[in-house]
Ligand binder design. Structure first.
Ligand SMILES: [Zn+2]
Length: 195
């Protein structure tokens, strides 16, 4: 299966000059909502993740809001498991698991998110899980676009990582961006900016 082609055909993977939510610039951008709005694609990626973890004894799936929940829910559906989520709690930082969600003693937890860039939302989810029983044994994402290996192992030493698709994307500081230097127009996707 040519995932890169699927991502391009569905306007998920874009090439140009983009302002990321981190403030950095990049020549590639993944518009995750072109996946999340499409149940067929969510089912397809959910299947890759469910297949990968199918013999690992997972007992519950957990994802961070907003996009992570949609993928986590589909993975849980395919694995016949329950799905819970970790939500942000503004104005405080971090995430919290509430809504009466419980995790049984000894549960093996799979954390699922949409796109891995800095690992922030997954680390917040791992933090929120600390006050619950069970052990995180898997961390999975649709797309890993991080340019360096993100270390979750310090937090969850036994967790096995799986990404449906990986592309190491170089990010530039705005004051030292090779795309700015050649005057390619900067786009701000996901901020309601220019297309
Ligand atoms: Zn730039």
């Amino acid at each position: 299966m040519d995932i890169e082609k699927i991502l391009e055909e569905n306007n998920v993977l874009k090439t140009g000059h983009f302002l990321l939510s981190s403030g950095l610039h990049s020549a590639k951008y993944f518009e995750k909502f072109r996946i999340l709005e499409n149940p067929e694609l969510v089912v397809m990626f959910g299947k890759m993740i469910a297949e990968y973890y199918k013999n690992k004894g997972i007992s519950i799936v957990c994802g961070p809001t907003t996009g992570g929940v949609i993928i986590a829910y589909e993975v849980a559906r395919q694995m016949g498991l329950k799905c819970i989520f970790a939500e942000s709690k503004p104005p405080e930082a971090g995430r919290v698991i509430r809504r009466g969600f419980t995790i049984p003693e000894g549960a093996k937890i799979l954390v699922v998110d949409d796109i891995l860039t800095t690992g922030g939302s997954i680390k917040e989810t791992l933090d929120a899980l600390k006050s619950f029983p069970g052990k995180v044994i898997g961390i999975s994402v649709l797309i890993d676009r991080s340019s360096e290996a993100i270390k979750f192992n310090e937090m969850v030493p036994e967790a096995e990582f799986f990404a449906c698709y990986k592309m190491a994307v170089k990010n530039y500081e705005p004051n030292n961006c090779s795309l700015c230097k050649v005057n390619i127009p900067l786009q701000a996707p996901g901020r309601g900016g220019k297309k």
